[in-house]
Write a protein that binds this ligand. Structure first.
Ligand code: ADP
Ligand code: ADP
Length: 589
């Protein structure tokens, strides 16, 4: 079976010469393989398409996918947005008293699944020429469990609550105090109970517009948990949160699952592992189609995901596996100092930060870890010259800086954005092209306007530009935000390879432990009291750094015996206690 999918967000018939149509061999033979919708966008007949792929190669916007799929799967189509649009195959089952996790690349249909499960989107089973009714959905052969689910959902017997992906929008729809927002859905006693668990009591009387990204995320999670519902769907609950907060959220969700069903989309693999019991992996071609895998135990799903091969589905999702090491890598014998950052202080009205100063070696990546509100971004902003320290510092280095919050209000296309920021030789560099621009598919975005990019697309654009720039020091603040797990692992490796090749150091702030593990050679650990006082310690070697960082948090990791990937220990478990006693928070001796 062959599917011909047009990504209608990318397709821009006013800006091209209809290459897809003009170069198509069937069109030249006089066949009516193409029709066009009202906006002039093509719909390709799958019956007539011979799968030559010429339209795919000729399309300047890379908006067309011609893909061969196994026949069996066609019968399992759950939704098609429009003729020639994205298709979803199969659905996950929701389970009583279990948290199900959804893991997959951006654009493979995770939000589509959540929208169907919440009742927001009625699946059409590939029928696009008429409305499919809810009665038809219930009658469809989806299995006993899903049939019951849709019957209950559509009759109002069960109610579904959703924690949306983007929390930055909350201040636009609500401007009052946190407590007033939560009071709309629960009484004071319940609010106090959940907010205490999420360690957010002190923000209850703050105005929503003054909250940071992490605080908004907690509000969104609390609201979803407090609302009455039989099932709660969480779309990326860990964005903007530090590890401690991610674990608090994970624990509350886990506990609530004893009372109702939960489903979570999450890209932080350590958290997804801790949080869910059953995982469905979504695979396919982003923007074209997505297939929901068979259910897998969490441990198996994540191991297979890292291996790049889904065994029961017999699908390879990546050519290379992702490996973790049991012990920190050996230090190089002779390390050459390449850059220094000075000791300095930065004082705000309610917060003070002090940098210990330190040396950075040639080609190394220093992971920067610590809780939110401890001064990490302040540290980067001072080094990059964006703000001044209490007394001026002289870095005397060219710095390439990717900030945490990315301004999206550019009236330009991605191509203009890139060309304004990079010199021609930086852009033409073969490593930049082959290892960054090509794998991150930046050129596919060239004709899109920056302000229309999704969170993940905007993030990879900024990462690509920051890495491509020639500089003496690279500073990347939370590069994993909005990236899917696959891209996180790739970006970790490419930062490392880029620094190795250029012989320059990078410092990278992030909260995703898998990412930090894969990217870092050493760690700079931030300690103190969040929101009051912070200081940097290090850079330390990985073992010492991880121990200091995780001891502060009271979290230990064990290793998966098969893949050596780190797994969070249940607090208070035998292993947790034993490792704390030995002082082995991350690496065994
Ligand atoms: P994910 O959550 O895995 O990133 P989504 O479910 O959001 O994926 O989207 C999958 C694909 O479906 C995307 O390519 C997107 O362009 C397409 N899509 C999503 N919503 C619509 C819609 N309302 N109309 C047409 N296409 C859509
Ligand atoms: P992190 O990156 O570790 O989350 P930040 O450096 O963003 O921490 O912030 C550290 C502390 O400094 C926070 O309490 C924050 O509210 C405060 N802070 C940051 N910028 C300013 C500013 N411009 N004025 C006053 N306080 C600030």
């Amino acid at each position: 079976m062959r599917i011909a999918v047009v990504d209608y967000d990318r397709c821009q018939p006013k800006k091209c010469s209809l290459e897809c149509y003009n170069y198509c061999p069937r069109v030249r033979m006089g066949d009516e393989i193409f029709s066009f919708d009202r906006a002039g966008k093509p719909i390709i007949s799958e019956e007539l398409c011979i799968g030559c792929g010429i339209c795919y190669h000729k399309c300047p916007f890379k908006a067309i996918h011609i893909i061969g799929l196994p026949h069996e799967i066609e019968e399992e189509i759950v939704h098609k947005y429009c003729e020639g649009g994205f298709r979803l195959y199969r659905l996950p089952q929701t389970l009583e008293k279990r948290v199900i996790g959804l893991l997959g690349a951006n654009g493979t249909g995770k939000s589509t699944v959540l929208n169907i499960l919440s009742g927001l989107l009625t699946p059409n089973f590939g029928i696009t020429d008429r409305e499919v009714t809810r009665e038809e959905v219930v009658e469809k052969h989806l299995g006993v469990q899903l049939r019951q689910y849709f019957s209950d959902l559509y009759s109002g017997k069960i109610k579904v609550v959703v924690k949306p992906q983007y929390v930055d929008d909350i201040p636009q729809v609500f401007s009052g105090k946190v407590r007033d927002l939560l009071k709309r859905v629960a009484d004071d006693e319940r609010i106090e109970e959940v907010c205490r668990e999420l360690e957010m009591i002190e923000i209850l009387d703050r105005d929503i517009p003054t909250l940071s990204g992490g605080e908004l995320q907690k509000v969104a999670v609390a609201a979803a948990l407090l609302k009455e519902g039989d099932m709660v769907l969480f779309d990326e609950p860990s964005s903007y949160l530090d590890i401690r907060a991610r674990l608090l959220v994970a624990r509350v969700i886990n506990r609530e699952a004893e009372k109702r069903r939960m489903a979570v989309v999450e890209h932080d693999l350590a958290i997804l592992d801790f949080l869910s019991e059953i995982i469905y992996v979504l695979y396919g071609v982003p923007g074209a189609y997505g297939v929901v895998s068979v259910p897998k135990s969490t441990s198996k799903a994540i191991n297979e995901f890292l291996e790049g091969y889904l065994a029961e589905d017999n699908i390879r999702i990546r050519s290379k596996s992702i490996k973790f090491t049991l012990h920190p890598p050996h230090k190089a014998e002779s390390r050459v100092a390449q850059a220094e950052f000075p000791p300095f202080t930065k004082t705000y009205e309610n917060f003070s930060f002090s940098s210990s100063g330190g040396v950075l070696y040639q080609g190394e990546v220093v992971g920067v870890v610590g809780p939110n509100g401890i001064g990490k971004t302040t540290f980067f902003r001072v080094l990059s010259g964006e703000i001044e320290a209490d007394s001026p510092i002289d870095m005397n280095l060219t710095i390439s800086y990717k900030p945490q919050y990315l301004d999206q209000e550019y009236p330009e296309t991605v191509e203009e954005f890139v060309k304004e920021r990079l010199e021609e030789d930086e852009l033409e560099d073969s490593f930049v092209q082959n290892e960054i621009f090509h794998p991150l598919k930046i050129k596919d975005l060239y004709s899109s306007e920056v302000r229309n990019l999704s969170g993940g697309e905007l993030q990879k654009l900024h990462i690509a530009v920051a890495l491509a720039k020639e500089a003496d020091l690279y500073l990347l603040d939370e590069p994993t935000a909005y990236l899917d797990a696959d891209l996180r692992m790739y970006v970790a490796r490419v930062i490392k390879r880029m620094m190795d090749k250029r012989g320059k150091p990078a410092m990278v702030i992030d909260h995703d432990v898998y990412f930090i593990d894969l990217a870092s050679d050493r760690l700079l650990v931030f300690t103190g009291t969040p929101g009051v006082e912070g200081r940097s310690v290090g850079p330390l070697d990985l073992k010492e750094g991880m121990n200091l960082f995780l001891k502060d948090l009271g979290i230990t990791f064990r290793r998966d015996y098969q893949t050596h990937r780190p797994r969070i220990n249940k607090p208070g478990s035998n292993l947790d206690r034993e490792q704390k006693r030995k002082g082995e928070y991350y690496y065994a001796s």
